[in-house]
Ligand binder design. Structure first.
Ligand SMILES: C[S@@+](CC[C@H](N)C(=O)[O-])C[C@H]1O[C@@H](n2cnc3c(N)ncnc32)[C@H](O)[C@@H]1O
Length: 311
């Protein structure tokens, strides 16, 4: 059988499984099986391949047929025109999250205009590091702490930091968002510091970005199979109402106001009202010079992120 015939067979099988772009995915899996780029595959369409390679390809097609995400099979996902290693310990970065990176880049430029110093950023729940690394690629004058409470994700993030050459700008940090310093119960927090730097105190950052878990616990069961059965639940579960992490981050942010700060958080566009109320609850009764809330649209024109500036 020729390469082209096998790709067509793969397409047929993936179509049966309801995969949206069956030809492209079958072609991508053939590229991965043979270790060839697109141009090389196309000029080799009429070539025959060995039985061993054929079986390798067919096993990949079977994994995808069972709904294992394409990115996990080929161990790679493109995000913000960069390549990231991904595995089952990290959420696969989504194109909609790129609006978070755009907003962060614009904000770092503005903050740099004010402070004229290296801008300190923390990415809470960094996963494979895609957001932190994509931002860092655009600046020399930033330090971005890429924080997660999953050590295996942090190892993947570290690999991506090295592969993308941003070791001097992105630092992986083990941190639990739910233990951020929230003032009134400081004594309950396990404050982790290196030298004088307390990672759990949001006063230490100019910009706080996050794409936290935000699916309600109840909705987890109705997610599509490729998400539900393969992506890490710890990256998805946002608690009973999906707002667990926003409450914690808003609490910690509202006491950390030594200087002008910005929060940019990905949200579920269906939760815009709840996020707005949470902001009013947490930021209204405190003594601030100013505060501002904006929503940022994604590629599909849905409100995908909230930007809060306060000080
Ligand atoms: C929705 S994923 C976002 C991953 C990545 N930033 C992205 O946008 O593709 C949420 C991330 O938060 C991390 N996470 C979940 N609970 C956490 C906690 N308590 N503290 C720190 N990180 C947490 C998960 O491990 C996961 O990497």
């Amino acid at each position: 059988m020729t390469i082209y015939e096998l790709i067509k067979n793969g397409e047929y099988r993936l179509k049966k499984a309801g995969i949206q772009n069956p030809y492209n995915e079958s072609l991508g899996l053939m590229q991965y099986a043979l270790g060839l780029n697109l141009e090389k595959i196309i000029v080799s369409y009429e070539d025959n391949i060995s039985e061993v390679k054929k079986q390798t390809f067919e096993k990949l097609i079977e994994r995808r047929f069972k709904k294992e995400p394409f990115a996990y099979i080929v161990k790679n996902k493109e995000f913000y025109s960069l390549n990231f290693c991904v595995d089952e310990t990290v959420l696969i970065p989504r194109p909609d999250t790129e609006c978070l990176v755009d907003a962060a880049i614009e904000e770092i430029r503005r903050l740099y205009g004010i402070y004229k110093k290296k801008i300190n950023v923390i990415d809470l729940g960094t996963g494979c590091g895609a957001v932190a690394i994509s931002i860092a690629k655009n600046f020399d004058n930033v330090i971005i702490y890429a924080a997660d409470n999953n050590l295996t994700s942090l190892k993947t993030a570290e690999k991506n930091i090295i592969n993308n050459g941003v070791q001097k700008k992105v630092v992986p940090v083990f941190l639990d968002i739910l233990k951020l310093n929230c003032g009134e119960n400081l004594s309950l927090n396990t404050s982790v510091s290196v030298g004088d730097f307390d990672f759990y105190n949001l006063n230490n950052y100019d910009l706080i970005i996050s794409n936290p878990p935000y699916i309600t616990t109840e909705d987890l069961a109705s997610l599509e199979d490729d998400i539900k059965f393969y992506e890490p639940v710890g990256a998805l579960d946002g608690g009973k109402d999906g707002l667990l992490f926003y409450r914690k981050i808003f609490d910690a942010a509202s006491i950390a106001r030594e200087k002008i700060k910005t929060l940019i958080l990905e949200i579920d566009y269906r939760k815009k009202k709840e996020i707005q109320s949470l902001f009013e609850e947490r930021f209204d009764n405190i003594n601030l010079k100013f505060k501002k809330i904006d929503f940022i649209n994604d590629l599909n024109n849905k409100e995908r992120a909230v930007k809060i500036t306060y000080g």
